[in-house]
Structures are given as structure tokens and as C-alpha cells.
Design a protein around this ligand. Structure first.
Ligand code: DGJ
Length: 382
């Protein structure tokens, strides 16, 4: 190549980089910024397919796990995908970490619903542990199960270990004896959503209903605390109440210790981080695939009490969380107090085209704030 061509290519790269567009270097796409809502290509030039995702950082690499979405279907036709990155901008497709089964008897048969997978690493066992929301094929959202899969290798293959409701036969820590022993039950109500029904719900109507079978678990995340204790945080009680359940040391089971958060608050899509000993949780309301206003909760202890604050989003479309729904909060490695809000802009009719809304978490008066940026990079945290 002559000097003129070199200069021309160099100039094109400069222009593309200044627009935050991918630059092909040795066949790899190269981003130097985040452009929320735009197509985000992986190393093969294909829009990343890892929705409702979460990230685990291991040995200098970020691994992004998410739902593989089809052209027309939200059902799990492939499984949970995995991408890796060292800079958070450029992602390499690592393939399918958990594959759906062809066996109609399997809970993760092709056509089941697999949502919001999250992976954590257990240093004691050396295993990577994946939790996800699982709905059984043909049963809508009725099962409300959590599934657990494990792998020795971060990118998989993950093997399904179990799927079930949560904490069968256990009472939440923050339920009184009176609430536990109440005889009020669902049959006492002709209709849902009346003030009396809502009061009963807050007093533990569905906890008692689901006590034997185990509590419902839909939208979810995982969190590993500084002391290596891990927690499963999920929408329970017909999506009306969040639960935070402590996991056993191997992360494969529950200790039976759990709390209810915001009974009747209708929170979905929990995402959590910890800063200076304080826990921050961003959630959404429940409007199916449509966006709504984010909620912010804080606590000094993971088991609460949790305090609800106003919507952390600011500016245009703040009441719709910039047309997205939370899924995870990424602690940026090597930068103090740097966290990325990770959300999905769902496209239920063409799910594969769902977009990723990653925004920096800013702080005002000690509380997280979300503001829209067409384009931003990690230097915002400097
Ligand atoms: C909102 C949830 O957050 C998503 O994960 C998915 O379950 C949709 N509802 C289904 O309508």
C-alpha cells in the first residue's frame, strides 16, 4: 500500500472514531465510546444478542451473558449467549453458554422462556454459577421458577442443575407472627386490586399461598457482597413484591434467610450495586415490554430496611427510563465509584433488534442519577 492510501485509511479511521462508530482493525470492530440505543456490533460485525443480561468480571475480562432473542420470538430457541471484552466497548462473541434442549422433557426445552441470566463466580468451588428466570414451555409466565446452571469454564458450557420456586417452607425474616398465622387467603377475595386485597397482599397473602410450593421468582439479578455472600434478588408474589434471598456458600442453594422489599410496590428488573457500604437498587415498574419510570431504593444492610426514593432518571423521557428497562449495574474495574447502568430497550415484535441502553451512573447528593447521553466514554468517571 502506498503512502497516499495509508493516509486515506488513517483519516477514515479518525472520522469513524470521532463519531463513535466501529473501526475495523485487523478484522475486529473497534469502538471507543458507548452510543446507547444504536446497533452494537460484536467482533463479527453482528448486533450483540444478549438481552436482559448481566456481567461477571474474571481475570481481567468482562463476560456479558444474556438472552438470545429470535427474529420474531421472545422464546428461548438458542439459549444464553456470552460475549467477552477487556474494555467494555468491544465484545467478542463467545458463543452459547447454556444451550436449550431438544428433549421435550427438559425444563429448558427449545421454546421455554429463559430471561435475565446472571453469572457469578464462586472462588471456593471454582465454579461459575448461572441463575435465570425460567418459564416452562407452553405455560406462559405461570411457573415463575428460578433455574441454576454451573460450569467450570466461564464461557460454558453450563449444565442445568435444578429449577424450582424459592425457599419453600420458609418465612421471610420481616414477616410478623401475626402475618404468618393469618387465615386470610385468596378465596376471601372476589377481585384482585381492590384496596382490601392490596392490604392483604402487603400482609403476606401470597407468601402464605406459596409457602409449601415455594415463592415465585421472575425478573432477577444476583449480587456478591464484599464478604463473598451471594444474594438472589427477584420479583415475587405475582411481581408485586421483591425478595432478597441469601445463597449458601456454594451459591447453589438458599440458606432460608430472605426478606420482602416494598410489598405491593410492583417492582421488576432489579439491578443492584454497593458504594461506600451503602446498597443501591434500581428497578422498574411492571408494564410488560413497555418502558416505565425507574425506581431507586437504598439500604445500609442488604437485608434492609430499604428506602424508596424518587425516579433517578432526569431530563427528556426520564419517566420512561429513556425507553428502557434496567437489567444490571456494572462496577467498572480500576475506577473508583464508577458504575454503568445497563438496560434493555425491548423490541417485542422483532426481539433480536432490542437495543442496549448503557449509561453512566452519576451522583447528586449521594444518590444515583441517570442522564441521557447520545455518546459517552469511560473518561466520564475520571
Ligand atoms: C418485563 C420483564 O422485565 C421482562 O424480563 C419480561 O419478562 C417481560 N416483562 C415480559 O412481558
Amino acid at each position: 500500500m502506498n503512502l497516499k492510501n495509508y493516509l486515506l485509511i488513517f483519516l477514515i479511521h479518525l472520522i469513524l472514531m470521532s463519531c463513535g462508530l466501529p473501526v475495523s482493525v485487523n478484522g475486529q470492530n473497534k469502538y471507543t465510546s458507548f452510543t446507547p440505543g444504536e446497533i452494537w456490533e460484536d467482533n463479527q460485525g453482528v448486533h450483540i444478542n444478549a438481552h436482559g443480561g448481566g456481567i461477571v468480571y474474571h481475570k481481567g475480562v468482562y463476560y456479558w451473558f444474556g438472552e438470545h432473542k429470535g427474529q420474531r420470538s421472545n422464546a428461548a430457541l438458542v439459549g444464553v449467549t456470552c460475549y467477552s471484552s477487556t474494555d467494555l466497548y468491544n465484545w467478542k462473541n463467545e458463543g452459547v453458554a447454556l444451550t436449550v434442549s431438544d428433549d421435550e422433557e427438559s425444563p429448558i426445552v427449545k421454546g421455554s422462556t429463559i430471561e435475565r441470566p446472571k453469572v457469578i463466580y464462586n472462588a471456593k468451588t471454582g465454579k461459575f454459577v448461572m441463575y435465570f428466570h425460567l418459564e416452562l414451555k407452553g405455560k406462559g409466565y405461570e411457573a415463575a421458577n428460578v433455574a441454576v446452571a454451573v460450569s467450570d469454564d466461564v464461557v460454558g458450557p453450563y449444565q442445568l442443575v435444578k429449577n424450582s420456586r424459592v425457599n419453600a417452607g420458609k418465612w421471610p425474616l420481616n414477616m410478623t407472627d401475626e402475618q404468618r398465622n393469618s387465615t386470610v387467603n385468596s378465596a376471601d377475595f372476589d377481585k384482585w386490586w381492590t384496596p382490601q386485597w392490596m392490604e392483604a397482599l402487603k400482609e403476606g397473602l401470597f407468601i402464605r399461598r406459596d409457602f409449601e410450593e415455594g415463592q415465585m421468582s421472575r425478573d432477577m439479578t444476583l449480587f456478591v457482597d464484599d464478604d463473598n455472600k451471594a444474594y438472589h434478588i427477584y420479583s415475587s408474589e405475582e411481581n408485586l413484591t421483591l425478595h432478597i434471598a441469601e445463597l449458601t456458600d456454594d451459591f447453589l442453594d438458599y440458606t432460608g434467610i430472605y426478606v420482602r422489599v416494598e410489598p405491593g410496590g410492583h417492582n421488576e428488573a432489579p439491578a443492584i450495586f454497593k458504594k461506600e457500604g451503602r446498597y443501591f437498587m434500581i428497578t422498574s415498574g411492571c408494564t410488560g415490554w413497555d418502558p416505565n419510570a425507574a425506581r431507586l431504593l437504598t439500604a445500609d444492610h442488604i437485608m434492609g430496611p430499604w428506602t424508596l426514593h424518587p425516579n433517578p432518571a432526569r431530563g427528556e423521557d426520564a419517566e420512561l427510563t429513556f425507553h428502557s428497562q434496567s437489567t444490571f449495574i456494572i462496577p467498572v474495574q480500576g475506577k473508583k465509584d464508577a458504575f454503568i447502568f445497563m438496560a434493555d430497550r425491548w423490541r417485542p415484535k422483532t426481539p433480536i433488534d432490542g437495543r442496549y441502553i448503557w449509561l453512566p451512573i452519576l451522583f447528586e447528593d449521594g444518590l444515583p442519577v441517570l442522564k441521557w447521553f447520545d455518546e459517552w466514554d469511560l473518561s466520564i468517571f475520571n
